[in-house]
Design a protein around this ligand. Structure first.
Ligand code: NAD
Length: 307
């Protein structure tokens, strides 16, 4: 049997862009789109299916959460987007009740015990923790997209600002996918060369500020993120499907890394067929560690506000 991905919210922009990236990736066998707007999910699935003859031999369907029972990855992108001037944490009140309903549907679907729950909906770190606790799922098999998109944006914008090759830039964003995200300049490099020797302190500050504001910028200009988030979702799912063990800054439940417990946030994580295989805690500058701890505090404070 091939690898099956279900996308809940698959009729929306993020879910459908992720499905397209998975189609172009030609790795997963089955893509199943679920959405409360069943017509949109059916339309997106049909549009993808129409391209199958020029792309890959995949099974592309739409339907119910019950039909996701045999999924290997359940990716949740359902929920409201941010308004232009709204923080991701402000979304919580609107998205938590939608999300709890989806988790109830997943309980009823009787998922495979080794399925990976992959959360994308915002606020992603809080909803990742909620998914783990509400489903009582193994922490290693609950992953949030975390700062993977921020990291991709950061590398791409560094490359764009300096005319560097984007695929050779390696610069992490860790912590919360939100206002307290932390740039990791201590290990940032291009082709093995430290980026701190390539970029002035002022350039570093400007590029990070633009990265942190990227989500809001894209919402303001085109309504919401799509292509880049779709690519990053596919990157995580491919690492699971192929057991690639790629090191990605996904969000998962912390158990003492950098002194952080209980909350889910992003640190370098080995992602493979059984989810989180390992996490790394490289030595960071003190202000970077402080940034991650600040994210943990912000996320825990939000968690405590949940009803
Ligand atoms: N983690 C990240 O890096 C990241 C990046 C971009 C967007 N997001 C988040 O992804 C989410 C989706 O964004 P979007 O732009 O695709 O929004 P969208 O409005 O285009 O799509 C959301 C979809 O969810 C569906 N939906 C709502 N309730 C549902 C339910 N109970 N069951 C099934 N489907 C349901 C809607 O019908 C809609 O099709 C938002 O929360 C957004 O903030 C996360």
């Amino acid at each position: 049997m091939g690898f099956k991905t279900a996308i809940i919210g698959g009729g929306g922009r993020v879910g459908s862009n992720a499905a397209f990236a998975l189609q172009l990736g030609k790795i997963v066998r089955e893509i199943h789109l679920i959405d409360v707007n069943a017509d949109m999910a059916a339309g997106e699935a049909l549009d993808l299916l129409h391209g199958a003859s020029f792309c890959a031999d995949q099974v592309i369907t739409s339907g119910t959460t019950a039909e996701a029972a045999d999924a290997d990855v359940v990716c949740i992108t359902a929920g409201s987007r941010r308004k232009p001037d709204e923080s991701r944490l402000d979304l919580i009140n609107r998205n938590v009740s939608i999300f709890k309903g989806i988790l109830e549907d997943l309980k009823a679907a009787n998922l495979k015990k080794d399925a990976i729950i992959f959360v994308v909906s915002n606020p992603v770190d809080v909803l990742t923790r909620l998914a783990r606790e509400h489903l009582d799922w193994c922490p290693k098999r609950v992953i949030g997209l975390g700062t993977v998109l921020d990291t991709s944006r950061f590398c791409s914008m560094i490359a764009d600002a300096k005319g560097l090759p984007a695929s050779q830039v390696r610069a992490l964003i860790l912590g919360e996918h939100g206002d307290s995200m932390t740039p990791i300049w201590s290990s940032a490099q291009v082709g093995g060369v430290a980026l701190t020797s390539v970029l002035s302190a002022n350039e570093q500050r400007q590029i990070f500020e633009r990265t942190r504001g990227s989500g809001a910028e894209v919402i303001k200009r085109k309504g919401g993120a799509g292509y880049a988030v779709g690519l990053t979702i596919a990157e995580v799912i491919h690492s699971i499907a192929l057991d690639q063990r790629r090191v990605l800054p996904v969000s998962s439940q912390m158990s003492g890394q950098y002194g952080v417990r209980s909350v889910a946030l992003s640190i370098p994580t080995v992602v493979g067929r059984s989810g989180v295989l390992d996490t790394y805690t490289p030595e960071l500058w003190p202000k970077e560690v402080a940034g991650i701890r600040k994210s943990a505090q912000a996320l825990d404070a939000t968690w405590k506000q949940l009803g």
